[in-house]
Design a protein around this ligand. Structure first.
Ligand code: NAP
Length: 306
């Protein structure tokens, strides 16, 4: 199987390079491209030629404009990368008969209620990022190509900047921390997303009627305050120089932290469709977070010794 991967250096893209490798030849492109193939989603007009030249059976798009607050003032580029580029990929995928795998977000929903969102629930993005991501997934669905779109939430990885690393740094610097406790969702590891993608692709290649839109998140739920407390307490147990005390981590509501882009309060995703279509078991969010934390701490300790 020949697989063309876009966004190879992002959190999910990096893990996909590993997880997709046993399926076949992976042509991994970052925005700089490779051997005359363009990986830059800011230029959607170049993507059809790249796809035709690479001749993949599967195209996996892990690239996205993910700067949620910045997108409020940079809508044109967010729209190009998150909507126009996936639309161009979908058209080209249909042309060459390839399966297109793409990722979307809980931010397509308005965050109302307290029930996990199902795939066919009414969307209603609150910010530019969510609107452009929704436009991208709709363009794929309307293109007539075979597709898998995974909506996921609160993505982290042991590599790169993310919430776990930020909490480690702040917990060592500050005596008190305030964190939001009214946004609910499931932190989902890039590793898990990549592994599930690699499990599902062969099944969809065998029976294409199983292609479609699926929610993909870790099991369980939390909020940012409890997520941070979990990370910091585990780090304290592991010997990380935590300055903040347990009682110094306080919970506040979202309106205490004004940000450019409004976030949904309810980011829970119902993943039963994915579980039943592909026999997937989803581990609790604490399993992946604990593992990523151990990896990050091991790197930090190594760095400190060098
Ligand atoms: N992060 C989250 O919390 C979250 C939540 C829900 C859904 N998702 C979705 O999950 C998918 C993977 O996200 P992630 O967390 O892996 O994001 P990420 O770590 O921010 O990676 C995004 C990748 O896209 C690349 N990219 C941005 N603009 C590009 C362009 N013009 N051309 C080519 N590549 C470009 C970035 O490249 P550079 O490194 O060169 O900038 C980066 O490697 C995305 O579809 C995202 O919308 C993410």
């Amino acid at each position: 199987m020949r697989i063309l991967l876009f966004g190879a250096n992002g959190q999910v893209g990096w893990e996909l390079q590993r997880a997709l490798a046993p399926l076949g030849e992976v042509i991994a492109l970052d925005r700089g491209g490779l051997d005359g193939l363009s990986g830059d989603l800011a230029h959607p007009d170049t993507l059809a030629d790249t796809i035709r030249a690479a001749g993949p059976e599967v195209i996996v798009n892990a690239a996205a404009y993910t700067a949620v607050d910045k997108a409020e003032s940079e809508e044109p580029i967010a729209q190009t990368v998150n909507a126009a580029a996936p639309a161009a990929m979908a058209k080209a995928a249909k042309g060459v008969g390839a399966l297109l795998v793409h990722y979307s977000t809980d931010y397509v929903f308005d965050g109302s209620g307290d029930q996990p969102w199902k795939e066919n629930d009414q969307t209603g993005p609150l910010n530019v990022y969510g609107r452009t991501k929704l436009e991208g997934e709709m363009a794929i669905q309307q293109s007539g190509c075979h597709y898998l779109v995974f909506r996921t939430s609160w993505v982290y990885a042991s590599r790169g900047h993310n919430f776990i690393r930020t909490m480690l740094r702040l917990s060592a610097e500050r005596e008190s921390l305030q964190l939001i406790d009214d946004q609910h969702g499931a932190p989902t590891g890039a590793e898990l997303i990549a592994d599930i993608t690699a499990q599902v692709i062969p099944k969809v290649m065998e029976s294409r009627e199983r292609a479609g839109l699926y929610h993909l998140a870790s099991a369980g739920e939390t909020n940012w305050h409890d997520y941070a407390s979990f990370v910091i307490e585990r780090a304290r147990e592991a010997g990380w120089p935590v300055k903040v005390s347990r009682s110094g981590i306080t919970a506040v509501k979202s309106d205490r932290f004004p940000v450019k882009a409004r976030r949904p309060l309810n980011s829970r995703l119902a993943c039963t469709a994915l579980e039943s279509a592909f026999g997937i078991f989803r581990p609790d969010w604490r399993v992946g977070v604990s593992r990523a934390l151990r990896e990050i701490l091991a790197c930090e300790n190594l760095g400190a010794r060098q």
